[in-house]
Ligand binder design. Structure first.
Ligand SMILES: C[S@@+](CC[C@H](N)C(=O)[O-])C[C@H]1O[C@@H](n2cnc3c(N)ncnc32)[C@H](O)[C@@H]1O
Length: 188
C-alpha cells in the first residue's frame, strides 16, 4: 500500500521492482478482480489501484497476498486528490475506470467522476498517447462520457479491447437488463 500525502508528489515508479515498466491505474477497483486479472496477465506492466471502499480494498489486498502478485500497489484515497496532488505529470500509460458510481438522479449528476475537470487532470498525468478505458451500464452516463470527451478535444476515440472478465457491477447491470457501454480514448 502506498501512503499518500496531499502536500507531496510521489515518484510512483519507485514503489515497483521494475520502475521503468508502463504504469497503469485502475480507479474505483471495487473488490479488485479486474485489477488482479490485468496485473496477472501483464507481468511486464506496473499497476496501481485507487479505491475508497474499505471492504473491497481489504479483499483486494488479501487476494494480492494470497496470489503473490508483485506488480500491484494500492492507494486508499480519493482518486481526484491523488491525480491532483500525488501523481507527477506525464506518468501514466493507461487509466481504467470500470463502472464508476452512476449517480442516477439528475440532481446528483454533478457528482459523477467523469467530467471535464477530471479529463483535464487525466490529460496532465497521462503520457502522450496514453489510453483511458471506461465502462458503464448507465445509458445517460454513457451519453455524458461521449459528450465530455468530444468537448475536451485532447482525446480521440479508439476501439476498446474486450475485457476477459466481468466486474461485480457489470454483472449487476446485466442482471438488471442494462446494456454495457465500453469506451477507449487515446491522448493526442
Ligand atoms: C460502482 S463501483 C464499481 C466497482 C468495480 N469497478 C466494479 O465494476 O465492480 C464504483 C467504485 O468506485 C469507487 N470510487 C468512487 N469514487 C471514487 C474516488 N473519487 N476515488 C476512488 N474510488 C472511488 C467506489 O468506492 C466504488 O467502489
Amino acid at each position: 500500500m502506498i501512503e499518500t500525502d496531499s502536500s507531496k508528489f510521489i515518484q510512483l515508479e519507485d514503489f515497483f521492482d521494475a520502475p521503468k515498466n508502463d504504469l497503469i491505474i485502475e480507479i474505483g477497483f471495487g473488490n479488485g478482480s479486474t485489477l488482479i486479472e490485468s496485473a496477472s496477465n501483464n507481468p511486464e506492466k506496473n499497476f496501481i489501484g485507487i479505491e475508497v471502499y474499505d471492504s473491497g480494498f481489504g479483499q483486494c489486498l488479501n487476494d494480492i497476498e494470497k496470489q503473490k502478485i508483485n506488480n500491484i500497489r494500492l492507494i486508499y484515497d480519493d482518486a481526484v486528490d491523488v491525480l491532483q496532488n500525488t501523481i507527477k505529470k506525464k506518468t501514466l500509460s493507461e487509466v481504467n475506470i470500470y463502472f464508476p458510481d452512476p449517480w442516477p438522479k439528475k440532481r446528483h449528476h454533478k457528482r459523477r467522476l467523469i467530467n471535464n475537470n477530471f479529463l483535464v487532470l487525466l490529460s496532465q498525468t497521462m503520457k502522450d498517447k496514453g489510453i483511458i478505458n471506461i465502462s458503464t451500464d448507465w445509458e445517460d452516463y454513457a451519453d455524458q462520457i461521449e459528450t465530455v470527451f468530444f468537448n475536451n478535444k485532447r482525446f480521440y476515440a479508439i476501439d476498446s479491447d474486450p475485457r476477459t472478465q466481468k466486474t461485480k457491477f457489470e454483472n449487476r447491470g446485466l442482471s438488471l437488463g442494462h446494456k454495457i457501454f465500453n469506451y477507449s480514448y487515446q491522448l493526442n
